[in-house]
Design a protein around this ligand. Structure first.
Ligand code: 5GP
Length: 237
């Protein structure tokens, strides 16, 4: 299969394939935080995140959630359906952590009675500012109907992930989801991994995600491996 680069983001490079409807997402080892201000590299990060995403996409598909995932074709290469990415980061919060504790009087660790959904404008240029429905509509990012669907899908995905991860000793304080349009449908896109979720160890409460890199909290390699061992034990056999 020939490979022509379509787009290179902060953690993944997207390639065209011979089929215009299908792309390859290559999960790289690069780490960035704070809108690209902090940069790093972690051996095997791409491998772990790709396989964690694969497993979570498969689980969600089996529960009726449509995703862009097709199959893994190599260690770090995921075959995906080409979608038109909706420039909204859908963040679901179950427990207060990160930016919400800086912007509002909410202590880290506060458990929300109901999941809190926030829409951010996916824009490096503007630093991903928070949206409300009127701004999203004014920017033409999505229709009102799509915003309703995004909210509904995000809540269902969160619900399924909470159960799945809890069974593997992982708490999910929050996560970021991205969606895309394809043939009149909205598909879950991007990735679900240690880079896009907060994962806390159920026993110790310790971070097992990108916060370790963001805030120099310890050995990131060990933490990502720990998550991978719980979600995709088969890659260690
Ligand atoms: P926060 O708003 O606290 O920075 O992030 C909330 C959650 O969404 C965290 O799980 C974080 O990893 C994820 N998140 C929010 N914005 C981004 C982003 O631009 N890139 C990535 N990889 N994750 C994000």
């Amino acid at each position: 299969m020939t490979r022509e680069e379509l787009y290179s983001g902060k953690a993944k490079t997207i390639y065209k394939t011979d089929n215009p409807e299908i792309l390859i997402a290559e999960f790289r080892n690069s780490l960035t935080a704070f809108n690209g201000e902090k940069k790093g590299e972690m051996d095997k990060k791409g491998y772990y995140n790709a396989h964690i995403s694969k497993k979570l996409f498969e689980m969600l598909e089996s529960e009726g959630i449509r995703t862009h995932y097709i199959e893994m074709i190599f260690d770090i290469d995921m075959l995906i359906k080409k979608v038109e990415i909706i420039k909204i980061e859908v963040i679901v919060r179950n427990i207060a952590a990160g930016s919400i504790t800086k912007k509002y009087p909410l202590k880290e660790g506060t458990i929300f009675k109901l999941p809190v959904i926030v829409f951010d404008f996916k824009s490096d240029e503007y630093g991903d500012p928070m949206l409300n429905d009127d701004i999203a509509l004014a920017l033409g990012l999505a229709t009102r109907e799509e915003l309703t669907i995004l909210r509904k899908l995000a809540l269902r995905i969160n619900e399924l992930l909470l159960i799945y991860l809890d069974e593997r000793g992982i708490i999910l304080p929050d996560l970021k989801l991205e969606f895309g349009r394809k043939d009149g449908e909205i598909l879950l896109a991007d990735e679900i991994s240690c880079d896009t979720c907060r994962f806390w160890d159920k026993k110790t409460g310790q971070s097992m995600d990108k916060d370790i890199f963001r805030f120099n909290k310890g050995d990131i390699s060990k933490a990502y491996e720990k998550v991978a061992r719980r979600i995709v034990p088969e890659i260690f056999e």
